[in-house]
Design a protein around this ligand. Structure first.
Ligand code: SAM
Length: 352
């Protein structure tokens, strides 16, 4: 395929995903207004000029994604990697779950779990219906719907934003060029369903990959998806990011994607300190999470309504939190920041 044709195909696929999520949001909003007319009345529609600016930011993100593939940061095939089977299998269930979500929102229930779900032993901040998800992160259905729900939220750019950690990750690993590839260890903290580990495997086929998460259901899903990829299976462990079950200085690189906005402020600091502890001197720690206040004026109204629309109790504080200060307090240095569309990246080094 010529580059121009491949690029056009990629852009068309991404626009298709974007239009699909817009149609999904519009239809589900109409259905909600019909069945639950009083819900979410204080949430204002996004003005057209803001939508236009958002589209420009999204286009910039896609261009960066395309350019990174051209530069060889990752194979072009990654641009087209999509869990289609899951999409066809679970998209109808996203709709079937909506009435339960609206009913919970109507009743102001944000920590609502079915009796068969085991919630003992988890930190209280975690036992929440984040994103209004039925049974929070603690059911197999939630794990099966999660990737789809995130893609619908971000207009099909969730993996595109996750891919932005790959260039700094490869750059950070240059400090360990003398280490045989199989002995390079990378940990993804709060790996969820394993999307980031899957991306890492595509660019670092021999590295030893590790993933931790609190949710057994999400780890099961990650295991199911990662075991289909040839090569060594990443090691998945159920663990609280506040107490990582690894030796000091163990990993050449540590990453964490979309975790920090779901943690209370003090826990954010503890998790950063744990990540510092398990990173090797000279290693890199990369956070990918939501943009913060000041990063994007056009997104202010969305950021304002996000905690209520998606039940994100710690998001508001996150948007003003000085993560650079937290990283430095833990001991990291040379902290670099990047912003791509709706995400922000902190690339921090542990002193050699
Ligand atoms: C928004 S999801 C992000 C998942 C994944 N990193 C991604 O890119 O989609 C947040 C994840 O953090 C996990 N999580 C939240 N608090 C945690 C904690 N204290 N320790 C470990 N995992 C946690 C949840 O189980 C969930 O899988």
């Amino acid at each position: 395929m010529s580059d121009t044709f491949t690029k056009l195909t990629y852009q068309t696929l991404q626009q298709g995903k974007n239009y699909f999520s817009l149609a999904h949001k519009t239809l589900s909003l109409q259905l909600k207004n019909l069945t639950y007319p009083t819900l979410g009345q204080n949430i204002k529609p996004i003005p057209n000029e803001i939508l236009l600016k958002l589209q420009q930011r999204l286009n910039q993100l896609l261009e960066t994604d395309w350019q990174d593939a051209q530069k060889g940061v990752y194979p072009e095939s990654l641009l087209f990697d999509n869990p289609w089977e899951d999409f066809f299998c679970y998209y109808p269930l996203v709709w079937l779950d909506l009435p339960q979500i609206w009913e919970r929102v109507k009743q102001n229930k944000y920590q609502d779990f079915a009796p068969e779900i085991e919630t003992d032993g988890y930190p209280s901040y975690y036992v929440q219906n984040f994103h209004h998800q039925s049974n929070g992160y603690l059911s197999d259905l939630s794990a099966n719907l999660y990737d789809l729900q995130v893609e619908l939220l971000f207009g099909g750019t969730a993996d595109v934003m996750r891919r932005r950690i790959l260039a700094p990750l490869k750059q950070g690993l240059k400090a360990f060029e003398s280490v045989p590839p199989r002995q390079v260890r990378i940990l993804d903290v709060a790996c969820g369903t394993g999307r980031t580990l899957k991306l890492m495997r595509a660019v670092l086929p021999q590295a030893s990959l590790f993933g931790t998460d609190l949710s057994p259901a999400y780890l099961r899903k990650a295991n199911e998806s990662l075991s289909q990829i040839p090569g060594e299976l990443p090691q998945l462990v159920q663990a609280n990011a506040e107490e990582l079950p690894y030796l000091d200085d163990y990993f050449h690189a540590v990453t964490s994607v979309f975790l920090f906005h779901e943690l209370p402020a003090a826990v954010r600091q503890t998790v950063i300190e744990q990540c510092f502890r398990v990173t090797k001197p000279g290693g890199v720690f990369i956070i990918c999470d939501s943009i913060q206040l000041g990063d994007s004026p056009e997104m202010l109204s969305l950021m304002d309504s996000f905690p209520e629309t998606f039940h994100e109790p710690y998001y508001k504080h996150y948007t003003t939190d000085d993560l650079v200060a937290r990283l430095e307090k833990a001991g990291f240095e040379n902290i670099e920041m990047q912003v791509h569309f709706a995400s922000k990246y902190f690339i921090a080094r542990k002193p050699a």
